[in-house]
Design a protein around this ligand. Structure first.
Ligand code: SF4
Length: 274
């Protein structure tokens, strides 16, 4: 009886989910808690997400401090000053006139829809809320998702360039995947948990800055283990087939074979050259 029960197949295992969670755990072990997003209130986080567009966080942080000194870090405060006055305060964030318009636009949206508070944003149907937020001029998907995740605590993955680069190099995403496809991929394979999305995104940014740069440093990277497994598995399959011609799939990360022997290196160069 027990043996018959054991033969009943279970639901198919999501191997991508298991792999993503392994990457997440490895990053968390190496880098520890990231405590994102730096901001004291949801409104400050939202303004920070707009001010850091196309500039380093350090510049945005200076502008945030200037706003705090003037006690303007709340929706009514921003709404009460003119766009020109706001631009003068946030100069350090770069493209300050444009960003002043965007901060004012977002603030007006927040006041019109939710009275300037975030409780309504936390309860609103997510799909419609995201579509509505994307109508605010100057708010692209990445900024809107950062506001939804970090300020409103909604389960939306910020699939920014750092995240996409890591996932592409690990062949979880095809090269050149766009923002929306990457976001959908992550959200469909991970548990819909804002705390997990928050930490995972922050960790991907961390590994993107430290290791996964234009020239990846896989030897010291906590995710190096994930590059080796597919190569090893393929090599075992190939030796079973006794096939003398290696057929590695295209797009193997350049950094993957560094720790391997000379023959593996030669085989990969041959593959990349095809
Ligand atoms: S540096 Fe290498 S191991 Fe690390 S995330 Fe990038 S491709 Fe992966």
């Amino acid at each position: 009886m027990l043996r018959a029960w054991r033969r009943i197949p279970g639901p198919p295992r999501d191997v991508v989910k298991a792999r993503l969670l392994r990457l997440y755990r490895a990053l968390a072990r190496r880098f520890g808690p990231q405590r994102w997003w730096p901001g004291r209130t949801p409104f400050e986080i939202s303004v920070g997400a707009i001010l850091t567009q196309h500039t380093a966080w350090s510049n945005a942080a200076l502008a945030i401090r200037a706003l705090r000194r003037r006690r303007l870090l709340h929706a009514r405060g921003i709404d009460a000053i003119t766009e020109a006055e706001l631009a003068g305060v946030i100069r350090s964030a770069g493209t300050f006139r444009l960003k002043a318009r965007r901060v004012k636009g977002f603030t007006r949206w927040l006041i019109d829809r939710f009275g300037g508070r975030y409780e309504g944003m936390r309860r609103a149907p997510l799909h419609a809320l995201r579509a509505d937020l994307l109508t605010v001029p100057g708010l692209g998907p990445e900024t809107a998702d950062a506001i939804l995740l970090y300020a409103a605590g909604r389960p939306v993955f910020v699939a920014d360039a750092y995240a996409r680069r890591v996932l592409e190099r690990h062949r979880l995403l095809p090269p050149g995947t766009g923002y929306e496809d990457a976001r959908r991929f992550l959200e469909s394979h991970l548990p819909s948990d804002p705390a997990l999305f928050n930490e995972f995104h922050a960790l991907l940014v961390q590994v993107g800055k430290r290791n996964c740069r234009t020239r990846p440093e896989c030897e010291t990277c906590p995710l190096g283990f994930d590059l080796e497994m597919p190569l090893r598995n393929r090599r075992q399959q190939q030796s079973r087939l006794s096939d003398r011609v290696e057929r590695e799939p295209r797009g193997t990360p350049e950094c993957a074979p560094k720790k391997r022997g000379r023959s593996a290196g030669r085989r990969l160069s041959w593959t990349m050259a095809r």
